[in-house]
Design a protein around this ligand. Structure first.
Ligand code: ADP
Length: 254
């Protein structure tokens, strides 16, 4: 907890210090230089957006942590969730000329909280976009009716040299069937040694390039909490230079 507060404060202090610095500059020697003023205002907008992203993710993390031990009650239509996320992210996909392939069944309904599961899909797909080069492909597949074994081991790793690591695993109820969501990118991939730390709060892989928006390091921690609450599983496969697949499996609604 103490670490968390120190990290959160540090993350917020950096953009805040930058804003304070630019305000001083704008009041001082950049006052009569319209070109410099425009450039500095652009940077200030970026820093403000970064603080907004951090605060939104911190609030979201605190909400999901609070109800992690309360089982979700509702039903969530996973096909509709993936379609909504794809539609919402259309502008980001277009901005980076990334193609999204969807491979989905007619229907897949999980026991769960629709908003939280939307957040899971959103975070994974946003990462796939963020950590892909321009012009790349991102693929989302959804399978349904799987046994625990099939959901946990969906075939061989996706390419030679890829490593697989489980980030969250539920206790199994006999006879339970699962839906499996996989989000694949062909980005830079992640070295084996970093995989186990991905869902730690504020952890970012050193030197990982991320499109225009720098990440907060909270997205996968949020995903892990939500998946745990839903008694689901969460895993990553990745090969440096070839890409990554993040997969989540969730118990189907009865
Ligand atoms: P962030 O907001 O930084 O993306 P996340 O918790 O979502 O935070 O991810 C943690 C770190 O894991 C990222 O900073 C990045 O280094 C790495 N990562 C996440 N998804 C991918 C991906 N699809 N490809 C490569 N690296 C990834």
């Amino acid at each position: 907890r103490a670490d968390f507060l120190a990290n959160a404060s540090h993350e917020l202090r950096t953009p805040l210090a930058s804003l304070a610095g630019f305000i001083e500059t704008l009041r001082g020697h950049a006052k009569d230089d319209p070109e410099a003023r425009d450039r500095f205002l652009g940077i200030m907008v970026d820093q403000t957006e970064r603080m907004q992203r951090l605060i939104n993710d911190l609030l979201s993390l605190s909400r999901v942590e609070m109800d992690e031990h309360v089982p979700p009650g509702g039903r969530a239509d996973l096909v509709a969730i993936v379609e909504d996320v794809a539609a919402f992210l259309r502008p980001q996909l277009e901005e980076r000329t990334i193609t999204l392939d969807l491979d989905m069944p007619e229907a897949a309904e999980a026991t769960g909280d629709r908003d939280q599961l939307t957040e899971v899909v959103m975070n994974l797909v946003e990462n796939a976009i963020k950590y892909s080069p321009e012009g790349a492909d991102v693929a989302i597949s959804l399978q349904t009716g799987l046994t625990r074994d099939a959901a946990e081991r969906p075939g061989p790793v996706f390419c030679e040299g890829a490593n697989r690591l489980t980030l969250a695993a539920p206790t199994t109820e006999p006879g339970e069937r699962y839906a499996l969501l996989r989000v694949r990118d062909t980005g830079q991939g992640i070295e084996r040694g970093n995989l186990s730390r991905l869902s730690e709060r504020f952890y970012r892989v050193d030197g990982q390039k991320s499109g225009p928006k720098e990440g907060t390091g909270l997205g996968l921690a949020i995903v892990k909490h939500i998946v745990n609450r839903h008694r689901g599983g969460f895993a990553v496969e990745s090969a440096p230079g070839a890409g990554s697949i993040f997969s989540v499996f969730l118990p189907l609604a009865a």
